[in-house]
Design a protein around this ligand. Structure first.
Ligand code: KG4
Ligand code: ZN
Length: 337
């Protein structure tokens, strides 16, 4: 089954053709990041407008580079939640128009479920059940993936998401948006023991995260140094901060795995591209857990992951009608269809 999949929840206009949930025939991503960089973050109004301009060309290219015509496509899938509402609406309306014009089924896909599904592409043998750490710009969750469309969140951030915490700290050091990527690169040449960082814990909820204290600590550290006229050693600050964030993520994730008896562990979302997170989990999982990660090109937002999850939503009978609407916030566990 060939699914045309569309993603427009944030600042990438993306489309892909994916066969049977695992085989990517094309994957086109048009990023708006250079424009949002000028403002230090995503400007929702601009994002929606750029999606509207790009979507026809991106979908056209996805179909062509899959060596397909519209007739070869069996269904259209789209990210409908969660995300920036105006941005989501562009993809949703495009997919509705496509479904209406072609008479093909319309499959609604939850954005975080699709991040998890990027792993089905990179690890073709992977099947639920497993425990997944989903870390993106907007979310940090530990999710029990009991089946392809049956999920339960057992840990979440109480404040900033991991990606947001990376981006905000990076911004305080003058690293342009989205700073998480660059901070990760700079940290490679720094000393992670240079600056002591707090170890935030959420009382009574051992799997929950809290990053705002950590973020404030690093911002204060930079401001204090600047006020005293001292030089900030950016690589050392990046490395110490990255180590602290990664320890929080890895500690809680592995504790949950141990407590709940999972042996298959999976990471997903933009922050799953973080080099230290990948190295640290690989090291700590060795001989004890099977660890699955998406290839780096599938960690950020893309259409292929939407096509992967859509296949399983389709098999579960989750089909939308043409009154499908975009939803800004929706728990990963919820099925509206
Ligand atoms: O999943 P994603 O592409 O979009 C959302 O759904 O939010 O995640 C984007 C986030 C940004 O905050 C970005 O800075 C972060 O992922 N990110 C990273 C890395 N690559 C992307 N954070 C840390 N290290 C990286 N290598
Ligand atoms: Zn995302």
């Amino acid at each position: 089954m060939k699914i045309l999949a569309i993603e427009s929840s944030c600042d990438e206009t993306a489309a892909a053709v994916v066969e049977d949930g695992r085989n990517v025939l094309s994957n086109i991503v048009a990023s708006q990041v250079e424009e949002h960089k000028l403002y230090g973050g995503v400007v929702p109004e601009i994002a929606s407008r750029r999606h509207a301009e790009a979507i026809v060309g991106v979908v056209d290219e996805a179909i062509k580079s899959a060596d397909c015509t519209i007739d070869d496509i069996d269904a259209v899938a789209v990210t409908y939640a969660p995300g920036l509402i105006g941005a989501l609406l562009v993809g949703v309306n495009f997919a509705k128009g496509f479904a209406l014009a072609t008479g093909k089924p319309l499959i609604p896909v939850h954005h975080l479920r699709s991040h998890i599904a990027s792993n089905y592409i990179s690890n073709t043998e992977l099947k639920p059940p497993f425990l997944c750490l989903v870390v993106s710009g907007g979310h940090s969750h530990i999710v029990e993936v009991r089946d392809y469309t049956d999920m339960k969140v057992i840990g979440r951030t109480r404040d900033d998401a991991a990606g947001e915490a990376f981006d905000k700290a990076a911004r305080a050091m003058g690293i342009p948006y989205p700073g998480g990527v660059e901070l990760d690169k700079i940290a490679e040449s720094g000393d992670e023991n240079a600056f002591p960082m707090p170890r935030p814990r959420v009382d009574g909820s051992p799997y929950d995260f809290s990053f705002s204290g950590l973020k404030t600590a690093v911002i204060n550290l930079i401001h204090n140094k600047q006020q005293k006229g001292e030089e900030v050693n950016v690589p050392d600050v990046c490395a110490s901060y990255r180590r602290a964030v990664v320890n929080c993520l890895a500690d809680n994730f592995l504790l949950a795995a141990e407590d709940l008896g999972y042996t298959k562990l999976v990471i997903a979302g933009g922050v799953s591209a973080n080099s230290l997170l990948r190295r640290e989990l690989s090291k700590r999982c060795e001989g004890k857990y099977q660890l699955f990660m998406p290839e780096k090109y599938l960690c950020g937002d893309n259409g292929a992951m939407v096509g992967a999850q859509a296949y399983y939503e389709y098999l579960a009978g989750h089909i939308a009608k043409t009154d499908l609407n975009a939803v800004a916030t929706l728990p990963i566990s919820e099925n509206l269809f």
